[in-house]
Design a protein around this ligand. Structure first.
Ligand SMILES: NC(=O)c1ccc[n+]([C@@H]2O[C@H](COP(=O)([O-])OP(=O)(O)OC[C@H]3O[C@@H](n4cnc5c(N)ncnc54)[C@H](OP(=O)(O)O)[C@@H]3O)[C@@H](O)[C@H]2O)c1
Length: 261
């Protein structure tokens, strides 16, 4: 049986949704850990600012425009990143969005838009990179999903459907890629303070939070920070070869109970 070689020293990373929240923190966190990073999102100016900060701190980073709903944009991003950083070793898919509405009141076009971004866009992106990884016999794909797969939340049915689809896709891909050296991993964060939901007016946000309480989904008031999720991503991709974290769920730790400090 051939021995599995260790990771190469240089491991360029593609991060989708790198202009905000979890994606931005992943790009910064991996760059700090020595990974060259390509930051992609539609708001290229924000990605460029982040990349400049990373470079100023001694890291290696490039920012390129990316819209995961467009074939042309994905292929421009992947080839530009490869030219700038070399062969891609790691992909972290963070691009995503949620629209707060009851699924039975969601128009079919709105439902489709959410599936196109969160599910189809991720498949489009990953399939632009995985064949070359499999040919090289190594690589890491991290699918950022959500704990809504384990605990579905109301008022976001399209998002719940898309994230379930994404985990199904990742599970199928894990089997397809078995023995190729490419590790596909599911990274499932719980509630995280990010751009997501930050612009919802209170009359939209409050019923969402009230429903979390009503359905027992708000066990406490703590949220993860994007950098916590970035640390989990680093744990997944830095796992030595020969081991494969197939699923990692990260939740905010509960506040300590009175009298237990
Ligand atoms: N926040 C949470 O509580 C939470 C929990 C579990 C999982 N997640 C997941 O974590 C991931 C990151 O979300 P976040 O919480 O960090 O939210 P966020 O701060 O709103 O970031 C979302 C990112 O997605 C990008 N994006 C949106 N549409 C895109 C497109 N068509 N092409 C490329 N990029 C696009 C946005 O960039 P542009 O607008 O510049 O394109 C932005 O960088 C998502 O997949 C989300 O489902 C979040």
């Amino acid at each position: 049986m051939p021995r599995i070689p260790p990771h190469p020293e240089r491991r360029p990373v593609l991060v989708t949704g790198a202009s905000s929240g979890i994606g931005a923190a992943v790009a910064v966190g991996l760059a700090e850990a020595g990974y060259p990073v390509a930051l992609g999102a539609r708001r290229t100016a924000i990605c460029e600012e982040l990349a400049a900060k990373i470079r100023a701190g001694g890291g290696e980073a490039v920012a390129l425009p990316l819209d995961v709903t467009s074939d042309e944009s994905v292929s421009f991003f992947v080839s530009g990143a490869e030219q700038a950083l070399g062969e891609i070793e790691v992909v972290v898919t963070c691009a995503g969005e949620v629209t707060p509405e009851n699924s039975y009141q969601t128009s079919t076009p709105s439902f489709e838009v959410q599936l196109q971004l969160n599910l189809v866009g991720t498949q489009r992106f990953v399939s632009a990179v995985v064949p070359a990884m499999a040919a090289r016999g190594r690589g890491d794909i991290v699918f950022v999903t959500s704990d809504v797969v384990r605990l579905p939340r109301p008022r976001m049915g399209a998002y719940v459907a898309a994230k379930n689809g994404l985990e199904g896709l990742a599970r199928a891909m894990q089997m397809e890629l078995e023995g190729t050296g490419v590790r596909a991993s599911i990274l499932r964060p719980g509630p995280t303070l990010s751009g997501m939901g930050s612009t919802w007016p209170v009359e939209v946000l409050q019923p969402v939070l009230d429903d979390w309480t009503r359905f027992g989904l708000a066990r406490h008031d703590r949220f993860l920070k994007p950098r916590d999720v970035a640390a989990a991503v680093l744990a997944v991709v830095s796992m030595p070869r020969g081991a494969h974290i197939t699923l990692l769920e990260i939740e905010p730790e509960a506040p300590l109970r009175e009298g237990e400090r």
